[in-house]
Design a protein around this ligand. Structure first.
Ligand code: MCA
Length: 499
């Protein structure tokens, strides 16, 4: 079985099930039919199984049609954050060797088919204008191809770019079998059913919003209320209005829901499951949510490379500060730096094995090899298991900041800041932030005799980096603190610059 054929069974079972996409209403069968047209349209452009189709669009139906068309055809979706700058997108198009780029008119000018920058890019499809090289409407006008999806379990279905720890972003390849393993597991452990109504507020260019939420819901036959963006008050109002039962969010969203002045005015009694992931949920937010909303958030742990790994139980104790228990079909070990298993209660690196674990990084066999010990994936997360087997994450071995559920790799930003001729070196750190969990802060050291123009540095970040990666503050310092080995002591910087 592949993902498209499994989803198709539900489309046939619940043809009239609805997606309410802001003010548009669309049924499962209309969604599938539109995707089948786009499938044929892409195929007419020369897209074959295994080809990459990059999508950089806001959250919209065209995104979902294109992604489902790829699943039906056996081609590979490369979802890209609409906030990425021109330079970021250029890297992804070139690296993925995408054949087709589906985007809006704002990117039509730079991504020219078969330009020397992207020699393998054959077509740019524009969603919001008929003036582009290929209009999205022309794909939708094709005759629907309703034949079974030819993809095999081991075929790649999705490449998710994760920022690189050493500069270059890596494309995590997820196979049909990986995605199926994840959504089938979620279905069982979270008790999803066609009686559920999902409120979907997450971005769809990540595994969380695209796979756990959207695919998870399709796989259960759920009605979906889809908001293009997260607004706290609108969220509660929608739950009240549509009697939603399931919500998936990042901790920043839970923090913001708790800032609403009079949440009791909304009837939220239909809700059975508030799920949090992508970043650690503080015990303060967990407990505050219980007091204000009278429900217990279910925290879980996943990664782009592994899909879902652990979850607090649907029925049973949900421990504050814990991401729960390893899921059926997911094997977990916690090891010391030599690779030896630690004792329960001791901290080590979390390793994961299972059908959920990705195929490797696109065209980066060395990086893939470095990420595994034997066939165990090294998550880079540090944690321990308590005597009941619950996992508590306490830190990371990788230099990674998680801001509002978005991964930010300091190296990428440090390298950019160091391109400024007055900057000798830069260190980028995450400092605690009530709203975002961690906020990105940069510390820069001037070259001898030079003065750093901090406004110019801010402008540089604005031009080259997507908003969530940009340092919220930049500080100048005479020298970075280093240990005797010469390594920058980021922990010192983190305590110095925490607000
Ligand atoms: C937006 N901004 C941010 C972030 N998001 N700054 C830091 N961190 C962020 N995460 C900045 C923008 O650049 C802009 O800056 C300003 O905030 C307002 O932008 P806006 O779009 O209005 O932001 P927002 O609506 O407040 O967004 C916050 C958010 C969003 C709702 C928390 O970031 C979000 O939806 N996060 C979820 C990410 C997610 O789905 N992660 C899953 C990946 P300026 O004003 O300067 O222009 S992990 C995953 O998939 C794995 C598998 C897993 O386990 O889940």
């Amino acid at each position: 079985m592949n993902l498209a054929n499994q989803i198709k069974l539900n489309i046939e079972k619940y043809p009239d099930m609805r997606l309410l996409f802001d003010d548009q209403v669309i049924t499962y069968s209309q969604l599938w039919d539109a995707a089948a047209r786009v499938r044929q349209g892409l195929n007419d452009l020369g897209v074959q199984p295994g080809d990459r189709v990059a999508i950089q669009l806001p959250k919209c139906l065209e995104f979902l049609y294109t992604h489902l068309a790829n699943l039906q055809l056996g081609s590979i979706t490369i979802p890209l954050n609409p906030a990425f700058t021109r330079e970021e997108i250029a890297y992804f198009l070139a690296d993925s060797r995408a054949k087709v780029f589906v985007t809006d008119a704002s990117h039509a000018d730079f991504a020219q088919p078969e330009s020397p920058e992207f020699p393998e890019l054959k077509h740019v499809v524009i969603t919001d204008s008929n003036t582009g090289p290929v209009s999205f409407d022309s794909l939708l006008a094709a005759q629907p191809d309703q034949t079974a999806c030819p993809a095999q379990s081991n075929d790649t279905a999705l490449i998710i770019y994760t920022s690189g720890t050493t500069g270059r972003s890596k494309g995590a390849m997820l196979s049909q079998a990986n995605l199926l393993a994840t959504i089938n597991t979620l279905h069982d452990i979270w008790g999803h059913s066609a009686q559920d109504v999902l409120l979907h507020v997450l971005p769809i260019f990540h595994v969380h919003g695209l796979i756990f939420a959207f695919h998870g819901a399709l796989n259960a036959g759920m009605e979906m209320i889809i908001h293009t963006k997260f607004y706290p008050v609108t969220t509660l109002a929608a739950i009240d209005k549509y009697h939603c039962t399931v919500f998936m969010g990042v901790p920043t969203m839970y923090h913001r829901l708790l800032q609403i002045p009079n949440p009791k005015q909304y009837n939220l009694s239909s809700m059975r499951l508030w799920i949090s992931g992508s970043a650690p949920l503080s015990t303060t937010t967990f407990e505050h949510f219980q007091q204000v909303f009278g429900q217990t958030v279910l925290e879980r742990y996943g990664m782009s490379e592994t899909g879902i790994n652990t979850s607090n139980p649907l029925n049973g104790v949900r421990k504050p500060g814990s991401v729960g228990l390893p899921l059926p079909g997911v094997a977990m070990r916690i090891v010391d730096p030599t690779g030896k298993d630690v004792k329960p209660g001791e901290v080590g690196e979390v390793l994961i094995k299972g059908k959920n674990v990705f195929q490797g990084y696109w065209q980066m066999p060395d990086k893939t090899a470095e990420s595994f010990i034997d066939d165990w994936f090294k998550t880079g997360d540090l944690g321990y298991q308590d005597s009941d087997g619950y996992l508590f994450l306490v830190g990371r071995s990788k230099d990674l900041i998680i801001s509002g559920g978005m991964n930010v790799y300091p190296k990428e930003i440090e390298a950019l800041l160091e391109t400024n001729p007055a900057v000798l070196e830069a260190a980028v750190i995450g400092v605690p932030d009530d709203d975002l969990g961690e906020r990105v802060v940069a510390v820069v050291v001037p070259k001898p005799g030079q003065t750093i123009d901090l406004t110019a540095l801010t402008a540089l970040c604005q031009a080259k980096l997507a908003g969530y990666k940009r340092p919220k503050n930049i500080y100048e310092i005479e020298a970075l603190p280093r240990n005797t080995m010469g390594k920058v002591m980021k922990s010192h910087l983190r305590s110095k610059y925490k607000v």
